[in-house]
Design a protein around this ligand. Structure first.
Ligand SMILES: *Cc1c(COP(=O)(O)O)cnc(C)c1O
Length: 332
């Protein structure tokens, strides 16, 4: 479990803070909610992709890549942060965006993350929902290679065993912080999408025998599929780290009751969660991931899922740049 044996670019602002959300905890009448501020990791406003890209982009540098290709939804935070890393490293960045929501709103298509992709100098190309995006990336890679370019392809969300190392690292960091504060963590909750965050966290937690349950709040896939995706990636990540059997299927738990109408479509509960964090704590969430994760967290608190005396850490995975693509949802 020695992360230093993997190439890494030390570009993230770490460690991120672990802050108590007193007013939110009080408003919900317990448990005590703590926020792990991975929205403040740096690289174009920060977010969870920074930790993954420290390892992914180090691999790109090692392979002497001169350009990077990745893909995501129109308002992909991963795309924005990959564009920022590419700018910093002087690599070209080509982003393939899948129209997963069908929104025809100008803000959704041009503001928020899309604005920032372009500001960082990336090219973007839009594809209709349901396109085979992995194939689309391969096709572009072939074209660029034929022109003599050295291409590094990053999967959607940066979720492969290399990217997940960033969240193995986060698990170590979080548990270390809690130990130093004398804080006993009872639960960790995070939004889960392309699975790298949850997979990396569970590998890190299990590898150090932290005995802290981790709950993923799904933003897209149904529970069985989400858990299976996380478990597969956790196994591959553990294998890469040299501790292949550290995660069992039962360690992977996702609650996918808060997906609502679908990926990238915030329901009333998500908008309420965003407003609660903003007005009670001065914290910005996002409409696609952290807002849905927080909607799940809040509902589970209200339903008495946690003990009042519990310390629950919510991982803030970032994404607030996406708010500006969703102005129409707040003005309804
Ligand atoms: C990508 C993303 C997630 C989901 O993380 P995965 O590793 O893809 O599961 C959560 N929150 C934000 C803001 C993201 O951009």
């Amino acid at each position: 479990m020695h992360l230093a044996k993997f190439p890494r670019l030390f570009m993230a602002h770490l460690p991120t803070r672990l802050e108590k959300l007193s007013r939110l905890s009080q408003a919900l009448n317990g448990p005590t909610i703590w926020l792990k501020r991975d929205d403040c990791t740096g690289m174009s406003t920060g977010g969870n992709k920074t930790r993954k890209l420290e390892f992914l982009m180090a691999e790109a540098v090692e392979q002497k890549a001169d350009c990077v290709i990745t893909q995501g939804a129109t308002q992909s935070n991963h795309a924005r942060q990959t564009a920022a890393f590419s700018a910093k490293l002087g690599m070209a960045c080509h982003i393939l965006l899948e129209d997963r929501t069908g929104s025809n709103k100008d803000a959704y298509k041009n503001n928020g993350n899309v604005l920032l992709d372009h500001l960082h100098g990336a090219t973007t190309k839009t594809f209709v929902g349901g396109t085979d995006m992995i194939q689309a990336m391969e096709d572009l890679a072939e074209t660029l290679r034929a022109k003599g370019q050295n291409v590094y392809v990053i999967p959607g969300g940066g979720s492969n065993p290399t990217g997940a190392l960033g969240y193995v690292n986060c698990a170590y960091e979080l548990v270390g912080q809690a130990n130093d504060m004398g804080l006993e963590i009872d639960h960790i909750v995070t939004a889960t999408g392309s699975a790298g965050t949850q997979a990396g966290l569970i590998v890190g937690l299990k590898a150090i025998h932290a005995q802290i349950p981790l709950l993923g709040i799904g933003v897209r896939a149904p529970k069985d599929k989400q858990e299976e995706n996380v478990f597969k990636l956790a196994q591959a990540t553990a294998q890469k780290l040299g501790c292949p059997d550290v995660v069992s299927r039962a360690d992977v738990v996702a609650n996918c009751d808060y997906v609502g109408k679908g990926y990238g479509i915030p329901g009333e509960d998500t908008l309420e969660a965003i407003r609660l964090f903003a007005t009670l704590e001065g914290i910005l969430l996002d409409p696609v991931y952290s807002g849905k994760g927080a909607a799940g967290l809040i509902d589970l608190c209200r339903k008495g899922h946690f003990k009042q005396s519990d310390n629950v850490v919510f991982l803030h995975t970032g994404g607030s740049a996406g708010l500006f693509g969703y102005i129409d949802d707040f003005n309804k």
